[in-house]
Design a binder for this molecule. Structure first.
Ligand code: SF4
Length: 453
């Protein structure tokens, strides 16, 4: 791989065993979006050295449009590729020694192996699953979006993430196997030792494969599940409470080292900003990054003395180091300036919204700012503001492509934001959340208020 300056980048030895090297599997099936092809990839065990992360950023600049994303599930995305640049990117990834797991996506606790509070190492469990069930996990008969989650416990919990198949470490030394949903909603099937639960996961995958390509765990028949897991209704377990609600900000590990969680603004970062930030992090002693759910990553290996300066550096590079900022409630796509299909600058509008309607951002509301009707950034939101040739469409409780609640001409968007601010201020009942207020107002009242002079 060559840097923009033409410097040849050195390959490092691969990080992990049990992962397929060679042609990056994620790059075999890039997705078409409004700003070119997109590839989603999860580096082995969700971990990268700083040098390799830098090389991925260089690859994004060289072969894509220079924008990298980290998704709500902690996966990396490189945007703006063209058909002829996908293969060179795959070759660069291989040359750099970055290993990408093949087959079903497996998401694991971000601090696996280094968190003394972890009950069991989720990384070991992933390696064991891939080693024993490799053939099943790469079957083309599994649904493309099938997901497996492994929560080893510890400082951060993956309880809020949904998954088809979830494995959660228990204090008893066993693993809880459940399916379909987040930690609260998933249906428990088995509570057993490592070997037995891996066998059970294999049987579940067999059931899904036998049922057809698009089958997800939630659609498995209850009778078939009971036949295989007769004890499922009598399983008793305790849900360990996470020590920290958010990965963002500093966390102290038992060995005295500091982990700094940084969140990408709207889940995106420009390659140049990321490279510059990683250079500073390396100088400050960071050795590795771990991808984290909720659009960010953790810097591993910082010292206490380097922390304050690193937090300032993160902010200067556009990252967030404070949990629960208003921007967390906004999903914004690349927008004008980064995507040729965009009708407006989504990030600029996000800034205006957080400045002008602070009352809207009480933690309850999900906002989606979409440069066009394709809606790349988010699936469903309480309120979506969608760009079009005529201006903006507002969609209440829906997708960017849904029928708009109101249409706003381009030059009237600031006026509409002011109206929305006043509406929330005037109409919200005591103790009512913004999301509930928007829901109660409904499409008719909202459209009327936004269009009134
Ligand atoms: S939703 Fe945004 S990123 Fe996707 S194609 Fe439209 S403008 Fe581009």
């Amino acid at each position: 791989m060559r840097s923009p300056a033409g410097k040849t980048l050195k390959a490092e030895s691969p990080d992990i065993v049990g992962m397929q090297r060679g042609a990056c599997p994620a790059l075999a099936a890039p997705m078409q979006t409004g700003d070119g092809l997109l590839v989603r990839l999860r580096p082995a065990a969700g971990a990268l050295t700083l040098s390799r992360f830098r090389q991925l950023a260089l690859g994004a600049a060289q072969h894509g449009n220079g924008i990298l994303e980290i998704t709500a599930r902690g996966n990396l995305q490189i945007r703006g590729l063209r058909a002829e640049t996908v293969e060179p990117l795959a070759a660069d990834i291989e040359t750099a020694g970055i290993t990408v797991a093949n087959g079903v996506a497996i998401e694991i606790s971000p601090l696996h192996g280094i968190d003394a509070n972890e009950i069991a190492d989720a990384g070991d469990m992933e390696a064991a699953l891939r080693s024993r069930l490799g053939g099943l996990l790469t079957s083309h008969h599994l649904a493309p979006k099938l997901s497996i989650l492994i929560d080893g416990g510890g400082q951060f919990s993956l309880a809020c993430l949904t998954a088809d198949i979830r494995l959660v470490a228990q204090q008893t030394g066993q693993w809880l196997l459940s399916i379909a949903g987040d930690a609260q909603a998933a249906t428990p099937l088995a509570l057993d030792n490592v070997d037995a639960v891996i066998t059970a996961v294999g049987e579940l995958l067999d059931m899904l494969i036998a049922s057809g390509r698009q089958m997800r765990a939630r659609t498995l028949e209850t009778a078939a599940l009971h036949a295989r897991f007769p004890q499922m209704d009598s399983i008793r377990f305790t849900q360990a409470a996470p020590k920290k609600p958010s990965f963002v900000g500093p966390t102290r590990l038992a060995d005295g080292k500091i982990v700094l969680g940084v969140r990408l603004q709207f889940g995106q970062v420009k390659a140049a900003d990321l490279i510059s930030f990683l250079d500073a992090a390396e100088s400050a002693g960071a050795q590795q990054i771990r991808l984290a759910p909720d659009r960010g990553f953790l810097l591993i290996g910082l010292t206490e003395t380097a922390l304050a300066a690193m937090q300032r550096t993160a902010i200067e590079h556009g990252f967030s180091v404070t949990a629960n900022e208003p921007a967390e409630q906004i999903a914004a796509c690349a927008g004008a300036g980064a995507c040729a299909s965009a009708f407006y600058d989504t990030r600029a509008l996000a800034g205006r919204l957080t400045a002008l309607i602070p009352a809207l951002f009480d933690g309850s509301v999900k906002l989606h700012l979409s440069g066009c009707v394709k809606g790349c950034a988010h699936r469903r939101a309480d309120l979506a503001i969608v760009g079009s040739a005529e201006g903006y469409s507002l969609v209440l409780d829906g997708l960017a492509a849904d029928r708009p609640t109101a249409r706003i001409a381009g030059e009237r968007i600031d006026f509409a934001i002011e109206r929305l601010a006043r509406l929330i201020e005037d109409k919200r009942s005591v103790g009512e959340s913004s999301a509930d207020c928007l829901k109660r107002l409904g499409p008719t009242d909202l459209a009327k208020a936004l269009q009134q002079e």
